[in-house]
Design a protein around this ligand. Structure first.
Ligand SMILES: *Cc1c(COP(=O)(O)O)cnc(C)c1O
Length: 388
């Protein structure tokens, strides 16, 4: 079956009720057929559901769909994207281990690297995606993992996955990619050698701004090792959220096609506006890594970033002049959202740290939704004209 069909047709086996759409399995635990069955399940001689902190039919269905889409062997579902990202470190690393991370990453992941993981003796070195020559210099004998996001938030900088996958053959590290912005529909890091792929499913996988969740898929041996960590620490995804995500994945390809075509139109319109300094979108000719984007991604994604002329004050006045577009810090929703990173998502960083990842006082991030592109562009143009 083709990928878009698998998102729809991968389902938990039908129950005796002959339901067409998979029901919600709201049950904390599952029964054993007899005493011997219970014993065999706990020694893992027999596979199956025991307790929903370990597995549940709804979470298993969601995991299977994402594994198929990413081309991964196994996976685990989590209560949020950050629980997933944290488990990919805490479940596999120990005191003394070292991580090399590409600098442009999600704010809470940055806090993990700089504030929390050092408490347990795990240290991180940042490298810049724009200086790939520095990457190998950052590796140490104790480097166990390399972590990155591509495209990055909100600078939309790319990391060349093919290049990194080739380097992995020379050095021994776990390649861990947060694929949240692209989704497996647009980019498949496993193809290039990624060992783990993580997602905040809160974003495009739900796609309608309703529930929190996260997932990590990848190599079976690594997922098994992480399974021990999550069984005993409990960041499991709820059956309800898994049910929502699994239904949402049925429409992921259709939604992503529309997010991407709308985003390209928005980026092209913004590029023509005289009050816009720079527009960043991976599939714009003007993106410095346009060729890489075309090689690595099927389409450019749903996020467009631009710098408005007039800095901080103009950016705030522009946001207040928007009529339809929502002001929120979320992304990957049906509704178009405008975010000002300096005053919200990236306010904890210093000016210097922000400049290093391409965030300036006039930077605006647009998560382009599924409304008619003409309405989105009209609202942006009106707000540009009406702000000072
Ligand atoms: C939102 C996000 C996360 C965190 O996910 P939550 O579901 O909010 O915990 C991690 N990485 C990226 C790239 C994100 O956009």
């Amino acid at each position: 079956m083709k990928e878009s069909s698998k998102f729809i047709r991968t389902q938990t086996p039908r129950s005796s009720q002959r339901e067409h759409s998979v029901p919600l399995y709201l049950t904390s635990s599952f029964m054993f057929d007899d005493a011997e069955h219970g014993r065999a399940m706990f020694t893992e001689e027999v596979e199956g559901n025991i307790y929903s902190r370990y597995s549940n039919p709804n979470t298993s269905e969601f995991i299977q769909k994402v594994c198929d889409a990413e081309g991964a062997e196994a996976g685990l579902a989590f209560s949020s994207g950050m629980a997933a990202v944290f488990a990919s470190f805490a479940g596999l690393l120990k005191s003394g281990d070292h991580i090399v991370a590409f600098r442009s990453i999600f704010g809470s992941t940055h806090q993990l690297f700089t504030q929390l993981l050092p408490r347990w003796g795990i240290t991180t070195t940042y490298v810049d995606a724009s200086k790939p020559e520095d990457f190998e210099k950052a590796l140490r004998p104790e480097t166990k993992m390399v972590f990155l996001e591509t495209p990055s938030n909100p600078g939309l900088e790319l990391v060349d996955l093919e290049w990194l996958g080739a380097l992995k053959k020379k050095h021994n590290f776990i390649l861990n990619v947060d694929n949240c912005f692209a989704t497996p529909y647009l980019q498949k890091p496993v193809q290039y050698g990624a060992d783990l792929v993580s997602h905040s499913s809160t974003k495009y996988m739900d796609g309608q701004g309703r529930v929190l969740g996260g997932i990590v898929v990848g190599r079976k041996d690594l997922i098994k090792e992480m399974m021990f960590f999550i069984r005993h620490t409990g960041p499991a995804m709820s059956a309800f959220n898994a049910w929502v995500f699994s239904k949402s994945l049925e429409t992921l390809p259709v939604r992503m096609d529309r997010h991407c075509s709308n985003a390209l139109k928005v980026a092209q319109a913004l590029e023509k506006h005289s009050d816009v300094e720079v527009v960043r979108y991976p599939f714009l000719q003007s993106h410095p890594q346009h060729d890489l984007a075309k090689r690595q991604m099927k389409q450019g994604g749903g996020i467009v970033t631009f710098i408005i002329k007039g800095g901080m004050q103009r950016a705030m006045s522009f946001l207040d002049a928007l009529e339809m577009i929502s002001l929120s810090s979320n992304l990957g929703d049906t509704r178009t959202i405008a975010t000002h990173p300096v005053s919200t998502t990236h306010s904890k960083l210093t000016d210097e740290e922000r400049a290093q990842i391409g965030i300036f006082p006039g930077t605006i991030r647009i998560s382009v939704g599924l409304e008619d592109a003409e309405d989105i562009i009209a609202d942006l143009a009106r707000a540009l004209d009406n702000s000072k």
